[in-house]
Every structure is written in structure tokens, then in C-alpha cells.
Design a protein around this ligand. Sequence first.
Ligand code: PLP
Length: 373
Amino acid sequence: MAGKRFARRVKDIDISGIRKMFESAGPGAINLGLGQPDFDTPSHIKEAAICAIREGFTGYTPGPGILELRTALCEKFKNENGLEFSPSEIIVTSGASEALEIALACLVEPGDEVLIPDPGFVSYKTLTTIMGAKAVPVPLEEDLTLSPQKLTEYIGPATRAFIVNSPANPTGAVQSPEDMKAFSQIADDHNITMICDEVYEHFIYEGRHVSPALYSDNVITVNAVSKTYAMTGWRLGYVAARDEYIQQMLKIHQYVQACANSIAQKAAVAAVGGSLEPVITMREEFRKRRNVLVEGLNSIGLDCALPGGAFYAFPYAGDDYPDIVSELISSGVIVVPGSAFGSNGSGHIRISYAASMDDIKQALDIMEKTIRC
Ligand code: PLP
């Protein structure tokens, strides 16, 4: 095996900072490093999956996903986002991760550029790099949002796409409805594509979510049931876009995935077609935890603005943040250094509050002792 040649663009990829933290968690550690709801998938969704297995719904499905699910997703888009899509404008994917992958794969080639928020979700840079294109980081503003005006300054002749994520990982920031409209206008003005990652759309505590696809056809909307319905392991996402995009994305999807998991698709019909009640219950629990965490962080001297959405706090810890992260991990609290999300995340720490209130309070006690001594 020695001396085997591998693609440089893959060899050079760093192992995700989040995974490193996850793997370094000792037994009994409080894990505030993970981006997944700590709730169980609602029972009616699990029942739908059990039923699918009993009925032998275990074979390949149509590549874009079962019509029942794509129809339910059209209803969801209409009722929750005011968007009109037909089932043929939706592809059901293996999580939002695959949705991002096929969106980027159909848009870029070597030499092209994709503008990404910095700090931003780890996959944006890596997937762009894997596609052979260049990710161009756009620094976030002081309030941790992406400025449409700043974004425009980074657009050049090689720019093919830009990614917006609201509410955002790792910052919890929510873009305003005006910003979303401005982003869609930028896509139209420059004839480039906006990829809008909306996986946290239901976890907003201040502000409201507006889908930019309302204003432009140059938008690829990426979403998933992963976070919304506590279904991260089911691997079920979706992408919605106008036909021109779908035709290209389908070509990639059919070879990399064939189809999304058949059982998870049936479960997603129950999720998307069911009541939002369990989601609202989760959201309100997250809101309480966010308030306790952010107040606690500020009281121990970690400067933290109140994040409007998702389930992450992103306090500023200063130049010593790598030492603080290491000390917290040695003391049994797993958090992620902000630099894992881009160089502009340096100085910050990402703390997930998708953990029980008891864990959050205990972690705050440990943080207070660690940071004060
Ligand atoms: N987009 C964002 C902003 C995320 O935070 C994540 C997961 O953490 C994903 C996409 C990937 O979601 P999925 O698990 O559905 O692939």
C-alpha cells in the first residue's frame, strides 16, 4: 500500500473538527459538541417505519423518491413556506448532506468558486473542494449574520454559487426576511445560484424564516427531516428547485444514491404530513435551554449574544479559546472550537444545547470552575 497515489483534493481534507471532539469524549463526559436533537423520533413516525417493514416496503424506490412523500413535501412547502413546487421539482435525498452534494456537483467544475459563510457549516468548504472547485469564505458580520452587501463584494467571474444557511450552524444566527430577499436578488442579478440550507427552519426563537425561493428561481432549497423531527440517523433529506436544476441533480443522485432509504421515506411521509406539535414542543424546550445557557455563559465571562435560532450558542472566548476548549474537554465537557467552522470562527466556541437541562447546568458549573481558575 505504501506510496499509493490518492487525489490531492481528498488527501488534503482535514477530519471534521466536530468528529474529533466527539471521538475524544470520555465515558461520562457531557457532550455539548453534537448537532442533533436529544429527543426521540415521535412515535407515529416510528410506527410508520415499522409498518413499512411489515409490509415489505424494503426495495428500491423511484430515484427521486416516492410520489407520496414528494406530494407531502409540496404541501409542506405550500403551507409552511408559501412556495409552489410540483413533485417533479423535488428529489428525496440521503439527508441534507446528499442534497448539498448533488447541488454543488451539478453546478461547479475545477476553477469555479462557491461563496460560503465563514464561520459556516463544515461541509460547505469540504464538498466544494471535493468537487474540485474553490470555496471562498465570506466573513460574517459582528452580529454573526451574512451581509448581502459583503457577499456581493466577493462575487467574481468564477463565482457559480453561494450558500446561505439560516438559522445557522455554528452561530445560531437568523437572517432577516429582507436579507433573504436581497440574497435572491443577488442570485438573479449575477445569474448565479443560491443554495439555501434551511435544516433549522423550525428552530427559531426570535425572528421568522423566509425562504428565498419565494423571490427567485435561481435558488436550490436544501432541507431534511433530520433536525426538525429528531431523525438525524434516518438519513432523509430533500432538495427542491426548478426543473432545469432537478434534471442535472437527478443524474448524480441516481448514481451516488439510487434512491433514499425506502423505510425512512415512509416515515418521512408521517413526519411531514403530521402535526407540528412535537416540533413545537422541542422548540420550546430548546428555547428554555438556550436562555439558561446564554445567561450562564455571560455570567462566567464568556461573551455570548442570544442566538435567534438552531440549537447552538457561539460565545466569544478570546485568543485563549483553544486552551479553554482543551481544558473543558479534560474536565468532561465536550465543545467545539469555532475555528473548526472557518478561520473567522477563531476566538469562538460552539456549544450545542441539544442536551438535557441537567447536563447544561452541570456543564455551566464545570465551565465556571475551569474558566475562573
Ligand atoms: N446543514 C447544516 C447547516 C447542518 O448543521 C447539518 C448537520 O449538522 C446538515 C446540513 C446535514 O444534515 P443531514 O444530517 O440531514 O445530512
